[in-house]
Design a protein around this ligand. Structure first.
Ligand SMILES: [Zn+2]
Length: 356
């Protein structure tokens, strides 16, 4: 009881009635995940950073949330997006329609949303091929078509007003924000950094509660290369860790305070998980989906085949580049299996590799 009273007193003295935070999270409903944060940045120009998915429910929640912060959706002057995913920019054109706001996105995100529907179909076809090549049974792929229906239903196709480039600065919500391209979670990940305040808006680049996934997109497909987003992601995460920041405002959940420590935790998790993936190859070569079946409950791999394939391939990417595993394609363009390299085999001839 005494503790509760003390906590209440402490809380009451921490909240000063004059200190209005200049960045307010508006939590919007998001099926499957729970919620996504749109950030209202008070000041000139009044800015909404990320918007929520293109659903009537999210639009209503956004209207209510902006009103609760003392503004109106119609007052928004600038919309920024941290990446092209539907839960971050799906409502951008609806906000522009209501308010006349300008939409500014990194070039990679702008290119994606300008052809949103076509891009989703391209991603879908590529993901089917990716899953098939990595051992996901056809029936499991077919059973998860609703995932793509959801994407189509909650996305928008629109042309942004301003294309941003890595290193640009933009005035938003009384701040000067530096635009940094930090792909990995998606091909268009953007950090908006307020150097003066030591704060950054980071979308899904680093999340407090869960480790970010890394999508495998049809980029470089024409060259026959599978992208290596996990390598790029970890490199970019380490660049972020070196930045002198006190608060990272994220796309889901609460802000990140001690970002360096959190990046260290994420890197340590990668070493552990990569070791588990390697462990799944101890007895015989395996497909990415076969490995996933050993690591996650049956229901998870059956209902989220693309996510688990991305996750396992992300770790295999690290294992292959460390010389621990190798990839073999079965004859006639069939499934891809991964095997451990034999470090004692003179034909391999690689030095003992270190992970991470
Ligand atoms: Zn995302």
């Amino acid at each position: 009881m005494l503790e509760a009273v003390t906590a209440a007193i402490l809380k009451s003295i921490q909240v000063t009635p004059f200190a209005v935070p200049s960045a307010c999270a508006i939590r919007l409903p998001l099926p499957h995940i729970g919620s996504v944060n749109a950030w209202l940045l008070r000041g000139e120009p009044l800015t909404l950073l990320d918007t929520g998915p293109a659903s009537a429910e999210a639009l209503e929640a956004l209207r209510t949330g902006v009103r609760a912060e003392g503004s109106r959706l119609e007052d928004i002057e600038l919309v920024l997006g941290t990446h092209h995913h539907l839960d971050h920019v799906g409502l951008a054109p609806a906000v522009r329609e209501a308010s006349g706001a300008r939409i500014a996105l990194l070039g990679e995100a702008a290119d994606y949303v300008a052809h949103g529907r076509e891009q989703i179909e391209r991603d879908r076809a590529y993901s089917h091929r990716l899953m098939e090549a990595h051992g996901v049974p056809r029936v499991v792929i077919d059973d998860n078509e609703s995932f793509w229906d959801f994407l189509r239903a909650n996305s928008s196709t629109f042309a942004p007003d301003t294309r941003l480039a890595d290193g640009d600065t933009i005035q938003a919500g009384g701040r000067e924000l530096t635009v940094l391209a930090r792909p990995g979670h998606s091909r268009s990940d953007t950090l908006f950094v307020d150097h003066a305040a030591g704060e950054a808006f980071v979308g899904d680049h680093l999340l407090a509660g869960i480790s970010s996934n890394t999508e495998i997109a049809p980029v470089g497909e024409a060259e026959g290369e599978r992208p290596r987003p996990r390598t790029e992601y970890l490199r970019n995460l380490e660049r972020t860790a070196r930045m002198p920041l006190t608060t990272l405002y994220t796309g889901h959940g609460r802000p990140v305070k001690a970002h360096r420590a959190l990046v260290d935790v994420r890197l340590a998790e990668h070493r552990t998980r990569a070791a588990r993936v390697a462990g799944a190859l101890l007895h015989r070569p395996e497909t990415a989906y076969g490995i996933a079946k050993r690591l996650w409950p049956e229901r998870t791999v059956r209902e989220q085949p693309l996510l688990v394939v991305w996750e396992v391939l992300g770790h295999l990417e690290l294992l292959v580049s460390a010389g621990v595993a190798r990839e073999a394609v079965e004859a006639d363009g069939g499934e891809r299996r991964f095997a451990l390299t034999s470090r004692t085999d003179p034909r391999e001839g690689r030095p003992r590799a270190r992970l991470g």
